[in-house]
Every structure is written in structure tokens, then in C-alpha cells.
Design a protein around this ligand. Structure first.
Ligand code: GDP
Length: 365
């Protein structure tokens, strides 16, 4: 007696011929039809001027690229966008890690867009990128409200290259953002020194976020950074921290009195606020806008921008000279040996440098 399944006549388990599996590639799709078209300078420029944030993002990527071809296109795009840029307010926002920059920028951004309309781009200069390859500011989107706001564009810091290079890229991105209709630019930077100078050299107002109660209110702050600030704001003025913040604000006010009057003629103000709870945010921005009225009236706004343009021309020359020198293969070979000569006392630093430069200039002829 056969099991029914072993019966040659049994039909139950025979496999039907079925339907041929569908190709994962659509045969009707012409090759490359959906591949991203290589964009021309005109495509970028038109997209940017249209306010297309996808194109703006791609153009910023191009600016940040170290590939020479990308650089070439990027420079042409920037040049064409330049006449449409400049009509914005640029605010630098700085503070040590944990000062509450991202929380504040989120709150500030929403406030400014609500009160003053327009569009806001948030860019960054992260000085850690070069040395540690890590970032202090972090690449994750930390601004929850702004990141979903239809009128904002947030971009983390460019990551490759020297601080000068990173800063230049941020500055060039500002031009593109402005050409795309962003009339408010925030440049975030971490409060650890040099990057602030770079940030200061591309913004109209430099806002320094401080904390109270860290015990080193005044000692810990480099004089140079305080001197750069057009406004100092003490964050986390909430809960049982209010009194300490007010005390710190007074200390800052007293310290600022000792500084000479800034060139702008504007006396930097010190305010307290809470980025987390939104207390005092309005007052901070009333102050920033008061500053703009003041410096537009006395001509300093335009003067500062011109000084910055000049500064960036020289910075750019310096950067290109440096790159050309260090990337010259013969020089690159000579460097190690020269370094050794200096370390082992066979040559002075000055002589070694002169020999390297002489060799470089000889190679140029
Ligand atoms: P960043 O490193 O400067 O960007 O600082 P974050 O915005 O990431 O803030 C660091 C920490 O401080 C987080 O835990 C925040 O929740 C907290 N924080 C930020 N702003 C305030 C504030 O106004 N009040 C209080 N109490 N905490 C805040």
C-alpha cells in the first residue's frame, strides 16, 4: 500500500510552472535615466538663485570638496553668486562645549524666524576636525525644532583641512546661502580659541555664550575672546541658577568696563537668559537687532564687511601659498631631513627654513 504521496499519479506536490520572477532591474528604464546628471555651473547657480535647498546643499558639498575639479566648479559658482549675496545679517555664536549652543540656536532660530520672518541658515566652524578627526560640535542634528522648520537650512562644519581651510569653506558657504535667499546666517563655533577669531572675521555680530557658577567666570575667559564679543549672554538662567547668573553678569559688565571702547562705538551688553526654557531670548535678540540699527546708522556695518573681505583676500593668498609649498613633491621630501637637521642641532630653524624656501623658489623658475 503506497502512501498517497508516493503514488506516481499523485498530483498534490507537483510544482506548478508558476510565473517567472520579476527582474530587479526595470527593463523599460533606460540606463542612467535616473542617474544623477553631472550638474553644470549654470545648473548650480540657477538652482541656488531659485532657492532650491537641495541644489544649495550640493553646492556646499562642492565647496567643501578637496577635489581640484570640484574646487574649480565651486569657485565659478561662488563668483556667479557673489552679486546676489551680502544682504543678510550674520551672527557668530560661540561658547564652550556644554554652554548650550545647540539648545540656544534652536530656540534663537525659531524666535528670529517668528519675529523677523525670512530664512535662516546655520553653519559651523569646528576646529577639532583637523587634529582629532573627531568633532566637538558633533554632526548629528542637534537642533530639533529648526531642523524641521521649512525656512531653515542647517549644515555641520566642513571637516577637512586646516582651520583656515575650514573657515574659508564656511565663509564661501555663507555666500551661497545668501544667494539662495537666506537673509539670516548663524555661524556656530566652539569656544576654544582660534576658531573664534575665524568666526569673528565673517560675522557682523559676535555673541558669546557663557555659564555662571563654573568658578572661573573671568579667569577662564581669554581676554581676546571677550574683546571680540558684541554681546555676552549667560545661559541657563533658570531654576536655582538665576542668582548666580545675575552675579556673573555683573562681573562681566565690570570686566568689560576695563576694555577700551570697541571700534564700532557699541558698548557690548551682558544679558542672562535660558535657552532651554526660552526665558530672556526675546531680550537677547532685541539687543542684537539694536546693534544692527546702531552700526548701520554709523557706517560700521559696511566698514566691518569691507575689512573682512580684505582679510579673506590675504587669508586666501596665504593658504594657497602654503598649499603650493607643502604639496611640492621635492619640498615634501626635503622637509623630513630638514626637520631632523634642526632637531639634532646641525642647522638653525632659520637657516633650514631659508634653504627650503630657496629650493622652492628655484623650482618655480
Ligand atoms: P553645546 O555643547 O554648547 O551645544 O550645548 P547643548 O545645547 O548640547 O547643551 C548642553 C546641556 O545643557 C544639555 O544637557 C542641555 O539640556 C543643557 N542646557 C542647555 N540650555 C540650557 C538652559 O537654558 N538651562 C538649563 N538648565 N540647561 C540647559
Amino acid at each position: 500500500m503506497l502512501h498517497p504521496e508516493n503514488d506516481p499519479e499523485y498530483k498534490g506536490l507537483t510544482v506548478n510552472s508558476g510565473v517567472a520572477p520579476v527582474s530587479i532591474v526595470n527593463p523599460y528604464l533606460k540606463r542612467g535615466r535616473f542617474a544623477r546628471k553631472k550638474m553644470s555651473v549654470t545648473d548650480y547657480v540657477e538652482g541656488i538663485l531659485r532657492g532650491d535647498v537641495t541644489v544649495l546643499g550640493q553646492a556646499v558639498t562642492l565647496v567643501e570638496s578637496t577635489h581640484p575639479d570640484h574646487q574649480q566648479v565651486a569657485q565659478e559658482v561662488i563668483e556667479k553668486c557673489l552679486p546676489y549675496s551680502g544682504k543678510s545679517i550674520r551672527v557668530g555664536i560661540s561658547g564652550v562645549p556644554g554652554a548650550g549652543k545647540s539648545t540656544s540656536i534652536d530656540e534663537f532660530g525659531v524666535h528670529v524666524l517668528k519675529e523677523y520672518g525670512g530664512k535662516l541658515a546655520v553653519l559651523a566652524i569646528d576646529p577639532s576636525s583637523e587634529r582629532t578627526k573627531g568633532s566637538i560640535l558633533g554632526d548629528k542634528t542637534r537642533m530639533e525644532k529648526l531642523s524641521v522648520h521649512p525656512d531653515s537650512f542647517i549644515r555641520p562644519s566642513p571637516s577637512a583641512g586646516s582651520l583656515g581651510g575650514v573657515a574659508r569653506k564656511t565663509r564661501e558657504s555663507i555666500i551661497l546661502c545668501e544667494a539662495a535667499g537666506f537673509d539670516k546666517i548663524f555661524v556656530e563655533t566652539v569656544g576654544v580659541g582660534q576658531s573664534e577669531t575665524a568666526c569673528h572675521s565673517m560675522v557682523d555680530f559676535f555673541l558669546l555664550i557663557q555659564l555662571a557658577g563654573t568658578g572661573d567666570e573671568l579667569q577662564g575667559i581669554k581676554r581676546g575672546i571677550m574683546e571680540m564679543a558684541d554681546g555676552i549672554v549667560i545661559n541657563k538662567c533658570d531654576g536655582n541658577n538665576v542668582e548666580k547668573c545675575q552675579l556673573a553678569a555683573n562681573q562681566f559688565r565690570n570686566a568689560l568696563h576695563l576694555f577700551p571702547m570697541p571700534e564700532s562705538g557699541w558698548t557690548p551688553k551682558v544679558l542672562t537668559y535660558s535657552g532651554f526654557f526660552g526665558y530672556g531670548v526675546k531680550e537677547v535678540w532685541d539687543m542684537v537687532y539694536q546693534y544692527f540699527d546702531f552700526v548701520k546708522e554709523n557706517g560700521y556695518f559696511e566698514f566691518r564687511r569691507q575689512e573682512q573681505a580684505k582679510y579673506w583676500m590675504y587669508e586666501s593668498v596665504n593658504e594657497q601659498l602654503r598649499n603650493s609649498f607643502y604639496h611640492q613633491p621635492t619640498i615634501a621630501d626635503m622637509l623630513k631631513a630638514s626637520e631632523k637637521d634642526v632637531l639634532e642641532g646641525r642647522k638653525t630653524s632659520f637657516v633650514a627654513a631659508k634653504q627650503l624656501l630657496d629650493a622652492y623658489f628655484a623650482l618655480l623658475h
